[in-house]
Structure formats: structure tokens, C-alpha cells
Design a protein around this ligand. Structure first.
Ligand code: KIV
Length: 262
């Protein structure tokens, strides 16, 4: 049966979450078909696609229109997993009205089942509350929130001091109160992720946050070894980049030698 927001929301409440949630990103129809066929519970159209697929240095330049094009392609490749789409930088921060319009377009035009947005401060909480009121499920994201890279001075681990850790824990609790159905914990100490996971009723999905989360997410291009660079916490399961270069080189060689077409 296809995965629903309701199923994810009740993941921990059933008392026996059989296995951690497996979450992977997708950015086009091929990557979507691959992660869906692999049995991922959630396919995230993460704004990391700005870096992975569009070649930007950060996620900030991604526009709403870029994201809609990619999300529509992903929709055509996903059958079973829950499809969640990131709201790009500045597409939800300016006003709640704009956030509702942006998130609504992700559901209406791209067929997303939920949206993800970053941060847990007051402004975000009101937005999450209103989106959920209007029937738009929201996944939260705290810790290293890449849209704030300029404030962090790089893609650095967060929550290392007690003060920062307390802030991240209370942001996660506030997001749950505001109605988020799950929360991504990115690049924070494992102990902090464990405390947050214990404190919440909704599932936590970790990336570079240790073993205690209710689920794990990775960027698919990292898992497949397609990206030129991977963050330190990513696990690379195969080296498709080199295999693709080898295959393309073989083709070029065969064309030049006349072996193809043969
Ligand atoms: O943009 C993204 O891919 C993400 C994941 C890394 C959680 O937000």
C-alpha cells in the first residue's frame, strides 16, 4: 500500500515501529523511479538538487519555478513512496500568504503530498500552523538548515554547545506543536538527536545525526556516488560516476575507431 502522511505520523504511536524509515531524495523522473523501486518510504524532492543537479554552490539560488519543474518530473516516477517537496529559499519566508500559495502549488501542480521547510523559530511556526490548518502537511527541518548557510558560515555541524542544543530541541518540540508530521535533524550530535527523538511523538529523520533517529535520509546522488563531492556523513554505496565515465569513454573510443555502430 502506498505510504501516506497519516502512516508516517502514526509511525511511533503504533507502539511498535517495525523498522526505521528510509528516505531518499530525487530530482527527476529517473532518480524517482530508482528510489521508489528500491522501496524508500519517502521520496524527498530536496532543494539540495540546486547543488546536485543544477550545479549551484548552495541551495539559495533555486527558484520556485525550478522546483516545480523537478517536482513534476519526480511525481511521474513515484508510485508507492510518500512524495515530499522542499520549499525553496524565499518562497515561504516573506509572508504566510505567500507560503500558502507556494506550498499549495506544490500540491496542486506537482502532486506533492507534503512540503518541507527549514527552521523552528516563531515566524516558521505560525506558517507551519497555517499550512497544516489548510490541509498542507509539513515536514520540519532543524539543525544544519542549508538555507541559512550564510548565517552559519558554512555547512557546519550545529548544536555543539548546550545553548544551541537546547534551542534546537525546543524548535523541534515547537514544530511538533505547530502540526509538523515529521522532522529532519541535519548534522547535529547523536546525543542531541536521541534526546529530540525521545521528546517527540512524531518521527525524526536524521542525516548526519547518528543512530537514534526514527529514520534516515541521504541525498541519492551521494548514495550512488554520482556527485563530485559528498558531505562527511554520507555513505557512498556504489561509484556510478566512474562507471558512467568509463561507459561514455568506451562509446567515444568505439565511435572514433569505427567499432560502433558495428
Ligand atoms: O535538500 C535536501 O536534500 C534535504 C535533505 C538533505 C534532508 O533537505
Amino acid at each position: 500500500m502506498a505510504v501516506s502522511v497519516d502512516k508516517i505520523l502514526r509511525w511511533k504511536q503504533t507502539g511498535a515501529p517495525a523498522q526505521p524509515l528510509a528516505v531518499l531524495t530525487a530530482w527527476d523522473v529517473m532518480s524517482a523511479q530508482i528510489v521508489d523501486a528500491a522501496g524508500a518510504d519517502i521520496v524527498l524532492v530536496g532543494d539540495s538538487l540546486a547543488m546536485v543537479s543544477l550545479g549551484y554552490d548552495t541551495t539559495l539560488p533555486l527558484t520556485l519555478e525550478d522546483m516545480l519543474i523537478c517536482a513534476k518530473a519526480v511525481r511521474r516516477g513515484v508510485k508507492n513512496a510518500l512524495m515530499v517537496v522542499d520549499l525553496p529559499f524565499l518562497s515561504y519566508q516573506i509572508s504566510i500568504e505567500e507560503a500558502i500559495r507556494t506550498a499549495g502549488r506544490m500540491l496542486k501542480e506537482a502532486g506533492a503530498q507534503a512540503v518541507k521547510l527549514e527552521g523552528g523559530h516563531e515566524g516558521v511556526l505560525e506558517t507551519v500552523h497555517r499550512l497544516v490548518q489548510w490541509g498542507i502537511p509539513v515536514m520540519g527541518h532543524v539543525g544544519l538548515t542549508p538555507q541559512s548557510v550564510n548565517q552559519f558560515g558554512g555547512f557546519r555541524k550545529q548544536g555543539k554547545t548546550e545553548k544551541e542544543a537546547d534551542r534546537i530541541l525546543s524548535e523541534a518540540q515547537d514544530l511538533e506543536q505547530a502540526g509538523a508530521f515529521a522532522i529532519v535533524l541535519e548534522h547535529i550530535p547523536a546525543d542531541l538527536a536521541r534526546d529530540i527523538t525521545k521528546a517527540l511523538v512524531i518521527p525524526t529523520i536524521g542525516i548526519g545525526a547518528g543512530v537514534h533517529c526514527d529514520g534516515q535520509v541521504l541525498v541519492t546522488a551521494d548514495v550512488l556516488g554520482l556527485s563530485a563531492w559528498q558531505p562527511p556523513f554520507a555513505k557512498v554505496y556504489t561509484n556510478l560516476r566512474q562507471q558512467a565515465i568509463d561507459a561514455a569513454q568506451q562509446f567515444c573510443g568505439e565511435v572514433r575507431s569505427g567499432q560502433y555502430p558495428g
